[in-house]
Design a protein around this ligand. Sequence first.
Ligand SMILES: [Zn+2]
Length: 312
Amino acid sequence: MIGCGNPKVEIENTPELSEKVYSGPLLNGDTLLSHVRSQIDFGPRNPGSKGHTACKDYLIAFFSSRADSAFIQSFKTTVYGKSYEMANIVASFSPEKKERILLCAHWDTRPFADEDKDASNRTSPILGANDGASGVAVLMGIAEVLYKNKPDIGIDIILFDGEDIGLSGDQDGFFQGSRYAAKQYPLPKPKYGILLDLVGDIDAEFRYEPISQQAHAVLVDKIWSIAKKRQSPYFLYEVGNAVSDDHVMLNEHGIRTINIIDVNLVGNISTNPRRTYWHTSNDNLSNISGKTMSDVGNILLDFIFTTSDSVY
Ligand SMILES: [Zn+2]
C-alpha cells in the first residue's frame, strides 16, 4: 500500500456499545503467530519467487480443508514489462447463503526493500511478516473458527496476490490481485468487505482510515465500537492518514470495503524507531505480536456473529 495524504478530519460521533454479547470461540495469539511463521518459513513470497509458489500451495491446502469451497483465481499480468502468473486465493463459507460479506488481505510480499536504510538491501525482497503474513494469519484463524461455527451470513475470504509489486508512488503497479478480482469477481457479490493490512505489530495503532469512512462509515463505526467494547488497546478513535490499498480497487467496482490498517507504519512516519520497518529488511517476526492479531481477529469474530447481519 502507499500513503496518500492526511486530511485530519475530526470524528464527531463516539462509538456506541454493541448490545449483543459474543460468547463463541476466540482466537489464540500463539496459533496466529504460528500462522505467520508458516508463511515466512517459505521466505519472501513475491510473484515469480520459489516462496510464492510454495506458499500458494500451502494456503490453498489450508483453506480447502476448512472452507466449504476454496479455489485459486489465476491470472497473468505484466508489470513493468515482465509477465507474472498470479493467484488470488478464494475461500467460501456457507456458499448457499445469499447475504455475504468479504474478508480480505494480500498474501504476496514486496519484491524489493526499497525503504531500507541500508542501500545494499534495497533490491532484495522482504520477508513481509507484518506486510502480508499478519493479515493472512488472522484470516487463517477465522477460517478455523468458521469451519465448525456457522454465522447467519455467508463469509468469503479472498487473499489477493500482487498487492505490493508496484514501484513507490506508481498506483498502477500495485494492487494487481484486487484490481483483477474487482473486475472479475469470482463469487456472488458481498454486501461489503473488510480488508486487513499490517495488523500484527506489537504496538499497533488502528485509526479511522478516511477512504474506508467514505466507503462505509457505519461499518467503520461498528468495528471500532466492538474494539472499544472488547477494550483493545490498539484501536484509536481518531482519523489517521488515507491510504491507497486493495480496498480502493474494490470500492471503485461497487464493493464497499473498509481497511483495518496500522497506517503510521506506511511511509515510516512513526515516532517509535522500532516501528520504521515498512518495506525494509526488518519486516520480520521480531515486530509481531500474537496479542495484536488475536485482538483484530476476535473483534472480527464478534462482529460477524453479533452485528454483521444488521449492517447493510
Ligand atoms: Zn507493502
